[in-house]
Design a binder for this molecule. Structure first.
Ligand code: ADP
Length: 763
C-alpha cells in the first residue's frame, strides 16, 4: 500500500489486534499492550510508588504473580532494601520520557542481574527490568577503547561512502551481528541500502531499495523518538500487561519510549519473512529529522545485546549522525562548488566560441558535465543539439513548444508525465526534467533529463531473487515482493528530484548566456559605431583630397594647354605627343577625382526625402540618354508606369542614369533592349534589365567596389568604375539594397529597393 494513498481512515484504532496490510500505516504501535519476554515492566504511581500495572511475567522475574503486587507499594515486589535504593537513585537522576539506566538489580533469582531502566510518561513512572547478560566489567575498557578508535577513524574518512563503509564494519565488530547496514530514506519514504558489512556466506543487500511501506509511518515516528531499538528475538511471544488498561486513565499504556515494548506484528512478521531473527536499529538524524537507520540483523538465532554494548552503539549512532551531517554538508558543498566551477568554465567557453551553443556542447566540461543528469539538449530556433540520453529531436521540439507556454524561466519536475502527458512514453529517459527557457518570446531552451527511478535502482523483493517465505505462522504478512509491486506504483514515471542548487545552477547559466549574448551585441554595436566613424573620416578625407587635388591638376591642365598653344612651333612631334598624353592623363585624373568627390558627397550630405514620381525621373533620364540610345539603336520598354516613392530626387535620378548608362554601354547586340519595371512587393523592387554582354557570377560583388572595372579602360566607352559604387551607396542610404542577376552573353538585371526591409510578397 503506497503511503501516498492510505486506506480511508475508519474510527477503529488500529492496534496489534486488528492490524493488517491495509491499515499498517495507521497502527498505534505505541500501544501494543504487551512487552517482549526478556524483561518485566512495573508501572508505578508517584509519589507513594504504588504498583498500578505490571507485565504478566512478574512471577518469573520477582517470584510473585501480578495479583500479589498490584496496588501494593514497590517494596512488596523488590524488598525494602532494593526499593529504597531505587528511590534514592530516582531522587538523584533526572528522569523524563527517555528511559535512563537507574541501576543493576536483582530479582527473584539472586544469581541473575537485571538492568533497570526508568522513564516517566503521562504522570506514571515506568520501570523496566531487562534480563540480558551484561558485559563483564573487565572488558569494559576494551569496549571504550574500540569506541574511541572507531570515532577517530570515522572522523578521518574523506567521503561519505568511505565513512559509512567504516561505520558498518566497526558496528558489526562491536556488536557481532551477522549483518549491519545503513539505510537512507528518500523523499518518497523509500530507502536504499547505502553501506553494508555482512557475513561472507550471506547475500548482500547493498544497493537494494526498499519501498516506503516496508517501514511504515508509525515505525518511522518511533525510530525518530529513540536512538536505538533492540529486538532480541523476532519469534518471541509477547507478554501482556495486567491489567490490560492503565487503571488510572482507563486507556492503553503509551509505550512509545519503552525499551521492552512489544513491536508491531507487521514488523516481527516482516523480519521473519526476511529471515531475520534478531535486530537492533539505530537512528540517524539530520537536523532533527530522520535521515536513515543503521540496521543490525542476526539471521539464524536470537541475539541479546548487552546494555553496555547498546550504550556504545547508541553513542556511535549519535556520533555517526553528527559526523554524517557534517560530511553530507561537505559533499553537498563540494557538489555546489563543482557546479560553480563548471559554470565559470562554460561561461569562458561561451565567450570564446563563435556561438554560445558551441561553448556549451563542444568541449569538456559541457552542459552535462557537472549536473547529475543523464541527458541534456539545447534547442535554439531550428537547431537541436543533444548530449547523453535524451528523447528524439521531434519529441524535444514538442516539449520545448509546450514549455514556451509556461511563465517561469526554470521548470523542474521529477514526474514530467504528470504535467505533460505526452512524456508518458518518454519516461524511461525523461521522467525528470530540468528546463531553462532562454527567451520569453521563443521556444529556445536548455533541457536536462533524468531517467525513471525504476530503470536506475536495484529493488528489494525482486522476483528474480530468492525470497525466504515464512508461512509457518499460517499468516502471510508483509512480503518484500508484494511491497515491491506497491512501491513500483508509487515511483512509476518518477525520477530523482532536482535539488535547489541544481535549479539555481540553471538560473545562473541563463544569466551567463544572456550576458554573453548582450556582450556580443554590445561588441557589434561598438564595431558598427567605429566603422561608421572611420567611414565618415574616409569620406571627409576623400572629399578634401579630391577637392584639393583638383586645383594643382587644373594648373597642370592649363599649363599644358598654354604650352600647346604658345610653344606650338618650337615643339618637336615627340614633344607634341607627350603633351597630348599629359592632357589625356589630367583629364582622366579629373574624372577619377570627380567620381571620388561625388562618392564622398553621397556619404556626407543629408538625403532630401520627399515623394518622388519615379516615372518622371525615368523620363528625364531617358531624354538625356536619347542620343546614345538612338546611336546604338537600343529600345527601352516600360512594363507599366513607375510608382511614386519617398526618396531623394537628385540621388535616385543618378541611380537610374547610371544603371541605364551601363545598360547602354555594355551591350553588343544588334537589337539592344532595355526593360525597366518594378515588382509589387513591400518595399517594391525596381529593376533595369538589358540584353547586353552580361557579367560572370564571380564578379557580382566586385562590380560594386570603387574603381573596379571588368574590362580595359577604353572598352565599352570607358568609365571610372565608380558608378555602381555610388549607386549602391545611394540605395544604401535609403535603407535599400541593390543586387544583380546576370548570364554572360545574354544580359544583366540590376534590382534595387529604396526602403529598408526584405521584399515580401513577390509574385
Ligand atoms: P563603369 O564606370 O566602369 O561603368 P560601374 O561602377 O558603373 O563603372 O560598373 C562597374 C563594372 O561593372 C563595369 O566596368 C562593367 O564591367 C560592369 N557592368 C556594369 N553594368 C553592367 C551591365 N549592365 N552589363 C555588363 N557589365 C556591367
Amino acid at each position: 500500500m503506497p503511503l501516498s494513498a492510505p486506506a480511508p481512515a475508519t474510527d477503529d484504532p488500529v492496534t496489534a489486534h486488528n492490524v493488517d496490510l491495509s491499515n499498517c500505516d495507521r497502527e498505534l504501535i505505541q500501544y501494543p499492550g504487551a512487552i517482549q519476554p526478556h524483561g518485566a515492566l512495573v508501572v508505578l504511581q508517584e509519589p507513594a510508588l504504588t504498583i498500578v500495572q505490571v507485565s504478566a511475567n512478574t512471577q518469573a522475574f520477582f517470584g510473585l504473580p501480578p495479583e500479589a503486587v498490584l496496588q501494593q507499594p514497590l517494596a512488596v515486589l523488590l524488598g525494602e532494601a532494593q526499593a529504597r535504593r531505587l528511590q534514592e537513585r530516582l531522587a538523584q537522576t533526572p528522569v523524563a520520557e527517555k528511559p535512563v539506566h537507574v541501576l543493576s538489580g536483582q530479582g527473584a533469582d539472586p544469581a541473575r542481574t537485571y538492568q533497570v531502566f526508568a522513564h516517566r510518561l503521562d504522570g506514571l513512572l515506568l520501570l523496566e527490568y531487562e534480563g540480558v547478560q551484561s558485559v563483564a566489567p573487565a572488558s569494559l575498557p576494551d569496549l571504550y577503547a574500540a569506541l574511541h578508535a572507531t570515532i577517530i577513524q570515522l572522523q578521518a574518512t574523506t567521503s561519505l561512502q568511505a565513512f559509512f563503509a567504516l561505520a558498518v564494519r566497526q558496528i558489526r565488530q562491536l556488536t557481532g551481528f551477522d549483518r549491519v547496514l545503513v539505510y537512507q530514506f528518500a523523499e518518497d519514504g523509500s530507502g536504499t541500502v547505502i553501506a553494508e558489512a555482512v557475513q561472507a556466506e550471506l547475500t548482500s543487500y547493498l544497493g537494494l531499495r526498499f519501498p516506503a511501506t516496508d517501514i511504515p509511518a508509525p515505525a518511522r515516528r518511533l525510530f525518530s523518538l529513540s536512538w536505538l531499538r533492540h529486538l532480541p528475538d523476532s519469534a518471541y511471544t509477547p507478554v501482556p500487561l495486567v491489567p490490560e488498561h492503565n487503571p488510572l486513565t482507563a486507556a492503553p499504556l503509551d509505550l512509545s519510549y519503552s525499551v521492552l515494548r512489544s513491536v508491531s506484528v507487521m514488523y516481527s512478521g516482516y523480519l521473519q519473512n526476511m529471515g531475520v531473527r534478531a535486530s537492533m536499529v539505530m537512528t540517524l538524524l539530520k537536523n532533527g529529522r530522520l535521515w536513515g537507520l543503521i540496521s543490525c540483523m542476526q539471521h539464524a538465532v536470537p541475539k541479546y545485546v548487552p546494555y553496555e554494548v547498546r550504550l556504545a552503539g547508541e553513542l556511535l549512532a549519535h556520533m555517526v549522525s553528527s559526523l554524517m551531517a557534517a560530511k553530507e554538508d561537505a559533499e553537498d558543498y563540494a557538489y555546489r562548488l563543482c557546479l560553480k566551477t563548471t559554470l565559470e568554465a562554460l561561461t569562458a567557453r561561451m565567450a570564446q566560441a563563435p556561438h554560445f551553443v558551441q561553448g556549451l556542447t563542444q568541449h569538456e566540461p559541457n552542459l552535462l558535465s557537472a549536473l547529475r543528469a543523464q541527458g541534456a539538449a539545447v534547442l535554439l530556433g531550428e537547431e537541436v543539439v543533444v548530449l547523453g540520453q535524451t528523447p528524439a529531436p521531434e519529441d524535444l521540439r514538442s516539449l520545448a513548444h509546450w514549455l514556451s507556454s509556461r511563465e517561469e524561466p526554470v521548470f523542474a519536475t521529477h514526474h514530467l508525465a504528470q504535467h505533460y502527458p505526452p512524456a508518458e512514453r518518454l519516461r524511461a529517459c525523461a521522467s525528470g526534467l530540468l528546463a531553462l527557457r532562454l527567451s520569453r518570446t521563443t521556444a529556445d531552451c536548455l533541457l536536462w533529463f533524468r531517467p525513471e527511478i525504476l530503470a536506475e535502482v536495484h529493488w528489494a523483493g525482486d522476483p528474480r531473487k530468492p525470497v525466504a517465505l515464512d508461512t509457518t505462522s499460517g499468516a502471510v504478512r508483509l512480503l518484500p515482493r508484494t511491497s515491491f509491486a506497491l512501491w513500483k506504483e508509487t515511483v512509476y514515471g518518477t525520477s530523482r528530484p532536482w535539488a535547489e542548487c541544481e535549479q539555481q545552477y540553471a538560473l545562473d547559466l541563463r544569466r551567463a548566456i544572456q550576458e554573453v549574448i548582450v556582450e556580443r551585441a554590445e561588441e557589434l554595436a561598438r564595431l558598427n559605431q567605429a566603422l561608421l566613424e572611420s567611414n565618415r573620416e574616409m569620406d571627409a578625407f576623400a572629399y578634401i583630397a579630391s577637392h584639393d587635388l583638383k586645383e594643382p591638376l587644373r594648373g597642370i591642365a592649363h599649363f599644358a594647354s598654354f604650352l600647346a598653344e604658345d610653344e606650338m612651333e618650337r615643339l618637336t612631334p615627340v614633344g607634341h605627343a607627350h603633351l597630348e598624353v599629359i592632357r589625356r592623363l589630367t583629364q582622366r585624373m579629373e574624372d577619377l577625382l570627380e567620381s571620388l568627390l561625388h562618392y564622398s558627397r553621397v556619404g556626407q550630405v543629408d538625403l532630401a526625402l520627399e515623394p518622388v514620381a519615379l516615372n518622371d525621373l525615368l523620363t528625364q533620364a531617358l531624354d538625356l540618354l536619347r542620343p546614345q540610345l538612338e546611336e546604338r539603336g537600343i529600345t527601352v520598354h516600360l512594363a507599366r508606369p513607375l510608382p511614386v516613392v519617398r526618396c531623394d530626387r537628385v540621388r535616385v535620378a543618378d541611380v537610374l542614369l547610371n544603371l541605364l548608362t551601363n545598360a547602354i554601354k555594355y551591350n553588343d547586340k544588334a537589337a539592344g533592349r532595355i526593360d525597366v519595371g518594378y515588382q509589387d512587393t513591400e518595399p517594391p523592387v525596381f529593376y533595369v534589365r538589358d540584353n547586353g554582354i552580361g557579367i560572370a557570377a564571380e564578379f557580382f560583388e566586385q562590380i560594386f567596389q570603387i574603381f573596379r572595372r571588368l574590362h580595359a579602360r577604353e572598352a565599352y566607352g570607358g568609365g571610372a568604375g565608380a558608378g555602381l559604387t555610388i549607386t549602391r551607396r545611394v540605395v544604401g542610404r535609403h535603407g535599400g539594397r541593390i543586387w544583380v542577376e546576370s548570364t554572360p552573353g545574354e544580359g544583366s538585371t540590376f534590382y534595387f529597393t529604396l526602403a529598408p526591409g526584405v521584399p515580401a510578397g513577390a509574385g
